[in-house]
Design a binder for this molecule. Structure first.
Ligand SMILES: O=C(O)CCC(=O)C(=O)O
Ligand SMILES: [Fe+2]
Length: 195
């Protein structure tokens, strides 16, 4: 069951064991190997930097997405990603036409404060985030500064952000000095398609 986090002006839900430990381990191993991971540079104050993570974008034909200022064409769905999308769509009763896969190779890999509020996502998007591999800490913070909340995202956990979450909050995946094994995160999204 998805438990709702205690955050005003937001709707964030967490299901710690959406996948069993065995299925999560299998999905991690399969995707770690099957995905052709890339480093997508990020632009910061007008300069390009290597992103502190690897990623890959998958989606239906016609989806394109701007992320960190770069327009991305999607790769076709890998079967294990398509299967996860099917189950998520059925359970949440939401369409997803794309997924961003991120690989955090170790504790130095991270994602800075942001909201998934690109215009392509529309207003009040539903974003379903599945974690595989190492447990990492995910933080959310109200745009007013407080409240701020940290949750651990173990392998197999599903975090769903919806409603006013992106409008009112930012989120991040901080670096950690602890030695950690790699982690894969999949954020399923529905983006506007070009016609
Ligand atoms: O790795 C995570 O848990 C968060 C990823 C994220 O926020 C994103 O891909 O937009
Ligand atoms: Fe995000």
């Amino acid at each position: 069951m998805l438990g709702r986090l205690d955050l005003p002006d937001a709707d964030v839900r967490l299901q710690p064991a959406w996948l069993t430990a065995a299925d999560a381990a299998m999905a991690f191993a399969t995707l770690h190997r099957a995905i052709d991971w890339e480093n997508h540079p990020v632009r910061l104050f007008g300069r390009e930097h290597a992103a502190p993570r690897l990623s890959r974008w998958f989606g239906d034909a016609g989806t394109a997405y701007r992320y960190s200022g770069i327009v991305r064409e999607p790769s076709p769905w890998l079967p294990p990603l398509a299967a996860l999308r099917e189950r998520l769509s059925a359970e949440l009763d939401v369409e997803f036409n794309s997924v961003l896969a991120n690989l955090y190779r170790d504790g130095r890999d991270a994602m800075g404060w942001h909201a998934d509020d690109e215009p392509e996502l529309g207003s009040d998007p539903v974003i379903a985030s599945l974690s595989l591999g190492a447990t990492r800490r995910f933080v959310v913070k109200h745009r007013d500064g407080t409240p701020r909340l940290a949750v651990e995202l173990p392998a197999g956990s599903l975090l769903v952000m919806q409603g006013r979450t992106q409008a009112n909050y930012r989120h991040a995946l901080p670096r950690t000095a602890r030695p950690v094994r790699p982690r894969i995160n999949l954020t399923f999204r529905n983006v506007a398609t070009r016609r």
